[in-house]
Design a protein. Structure first.
Length: 152
């Protein structure tokens, strides 16, 4: 458990460096073409740096624009442009902790509400306040345990 928490902390620190980058808009032509043209580099020159034809360089730019380019090709293009490819993930919820919290709360709600419905059928219904408290407690428990079912 402590090892997992340590891994999460280290990974969270790395991911936080990317959080501001998600606001950066990708140029409509793609990064490769935008940078190449801004530098005044021709397709032939880019192709020469990559040891490919002008047409193949144009194909790389097209594949980047339509999202079918590989990481290897991006890395090679970055090197040809005297740049470095930076690659990472940013959680939709902002942080890994928030992602885990939301998944745990979602699962906790399902578990508690399922139990609550069973009790209701047996005429032993809980108050909304008790249900909310049970969800909070179950969320905390799931966050601490992080069972694999959290990601189903």
């Amino acid at each position: 458990m402590a090892k997992r928490n340590l891994e999460l902390q280290h990974l969270s620190a790395k991911i936080s460096a990317f959080s501001n980058l998600q606001k950066v808009a990708i140029p409509p032509t793609g990064w490769i073409k935008a940078i190449r043209t801004a530098l005044g580099m021709s397709l032939r020159q880019l192709g020469n740096k990559l040891s490919i034809t002008k047409q193949s360089a144009q194909d790389i730019e097209k594949r980047e624009k339509d999202g079918s380019i590989t990481l290897r090709s991006l890395r090679e293009a970055a090197t040809a442009l005297d740049m470095q490819l930076v690659y990472g993930f940013v959680p939709n919820d902002g942080t890994l902790d928030a992602l885990i919290e939301n998944k745990a709360r979602e699962l906790a709600s399902q578990i508690v509400l399922r139990t609550s419905n069973s009790m209701k059928l047996e005429d032993q219904e809980n108050t909304r306040r008790r249900i909310d408290q049970a969800i909070i407690e179950k969320t905390l428990s799931l966050k601490n345990e992080m069972p694999k079912i959290l990601w189903d």
